[in-house]
Write a new protein. Structure first.
Length: 417
């Protein structure tokens, strides 16, 4: 859309059948809500109210949380508008390789065809998670991708027989799955397990208390954590966490690699649950399921998983427990979140570029190395979760829309120079 506005033609390649919506906004489940209030979800960097107006026109409140499928329709409308300009064409195909040619890139597609372009943008989103070693022999009882058809079938089976379900991971993906089970009228037991058993906190109204970047400790994760705790105690943790948002890229980039690793290893689970909060109505559904005893959140780790009589027998050890316990589940779902390792990517396009040395993993190995204008190579840009190593906070719409505008401007400058 940003390119079309600049009069630059582009081809949008997406082989998933959910072009323009990705995993996040192609859900059809009404219970899946945005985790950012409508007023923060405009797709347009220069029109921050754009989505809030659309939501209000449909009867919503700008501080409320729209259904994700509604946001998907909004994105679809914007894409349709860009296509109508004649500058955007969508192609339903998977890109399998890209090779540099004299004036740009040749992209190969899974149907055997290829196309050439002066600029290539990688916006392939979150990577599917790795399998979990303990479930290597669990076959179809282990649902590796919580967004696919297998997961939908498993939810339908669970709803009809009420057997117990295990969820590995207790973050936003777990919340989505629990909501889907609840919406399917499932009443069975759910165990959701992660190392620390931390679950996303809930949004609530607060008065923002901005802070200047110079007043925030820099370069040291421990110092920053201490400062955040103290500030949270004074002004409320939501105000303290959100006051860092405008500075998140600068704060991340002023940590050296050792400090960034320290953040990922120790602080990240806490940061994630406070920063990526859930809508109040979602929070109360989850809380109600916990208090009724249907959903148990466990801090611990999986030891073994075997299939016996076509059920999963799982042993897991609760944190600080001396002995593991054994429990039988009909299914286990992998909700550990997106892959955080570029070298393990299964995306054929990324694999081909990495194997050819055309792009490099970033210094942390969690995305691609990009420069200050998101270039990963000559005439090649990367966006969104692929640029986590450089920006860290670059996975949500408010950040990606700014990045899209900047990348489009840079492409325009490069191509029209
Ligand atoms: C469940 C969920 C809920 C979220 N909720 C919110 C929210 O409420 N608010 C918010 O701000 N953010 C939210 N996010 C985060 C954020 O909006 C998304 O991660 C964002 O959609 C990323 O956009 P993207 O275009 O980079 O990638 P995606 O939306 O993931 O799109 C990438 C597309 O590229 C396709 N693709 C990948 N490789 C290839 C290939 N080789 N060839 C062809 N196609 C390919 C994929 O199939 C996919 O369709 C959520 C994320 C998830 C997963």
């Amino acid at each position: 859309m940003q390119l079309a506005r600049r009069g630059i033609s582009s081809v949008l390649i997406d082989g998933s059948g959910r072009v323009g919506k990705g995993v996040a906004y192609s859900t059809t489940e009404p219970a899946h809500l945005l985790n950012v209030p409508a007023q923060g979800m405009s797709a347009l960097a220069d029109e921050p109210d754009h989505f809030a107006r659309a939501f209000e026109a449909a009867g919503g409140h700008r501080r409320g949380f729209a259904q994700r499928r509604f946001f998907g329709q909004y994105l679809g409308g914007l894409l349709g508008h860009a296509e109508a300009s004649g500058n955007v064409a969508s192609l339903n195909a998977t890109a399998t390789a890209a090779n540099q040619v004299a004036d740009g890139w040749r992209v190969s597609l899974d149907d055997g065809s290829s196309l050439e372009a002066s600029a290539l943008v990688l916006a392939t989103g979150n990577q599917e998670p790795d399998g979990l070693r303990a479930f290597a022999d669990a076959g179809s009882r282990f649902i590796r991708n919580p967004w696919g058809d297998e997961a939908r079938n498993a939810i339908a089976n669970l709803a009809s027989n009420g057997e117990a379900a295990l969820i590995v991971g207790t973050g936003l993906t777990m919340v989505d799955l629990v909501l889907s089970l609840d919406a399917a009228s499932y009443t069975g037991r759910i165990v959701a397990l992660s190392r620390r058993g931390l679950i996303p906190r809930t949004h609530a109204d607060f008065d923002p208390v901005p802070v200047a970047l110079e007043d925030v400790p820099q370069g040291d994760v421990r110092g920053l954590t201490r400062w955040l705790r103290e500030r949270g105690a004074r002004i409320g943790w939501r105000a303290a966490v959100d006051s860092l948002r405008p500075h998140s890229h600068a704060l991340w980039q002023r940590l050296d690699t050792t400090q960034q690793r320290r953040f990922l290893r120790h602080a990240r689970p806490w940061w994630d649950v406070h920063r990526h909060r859930i809508a109040p109505e979602v929070g109360s559904t989850v809380a109600q399921m916990v208090s009724s005893g249907q959903l148990e959140i466990v801090a611990g780790r999986i030891e073994t998983a075997t299939v016996t009589d076509s059920k999963l027998e799982v042993t897991y050890r609760r944190r600080r427990a001396s002995k593991p316990q054994r429990e039988t589940f009909a299914y286990a779902f992998n909700c550990t979140g997106p892959l955080h390792s570029m070298t393990h990517t299964r995306d054929p396009l990324l694999r081909s570029l990495l194997n050819a040395g055309a792009v490099k993993p970033d210094h942390l190995g969690i995305g691609l190395e990009v420069d200050g204008v998101c270039r990963a190579a000559k005439h090649l840009w990367a966006m969104g979760p692929l640029t986590k190593g450089r920006y860290w906070e670059i996975i949500a719409v408010p950040d990606i829309r700014e990045q899209a505008a900047r990348v489009a401007a840079d492409i325009e400058q490069e191509l029209c120079a």
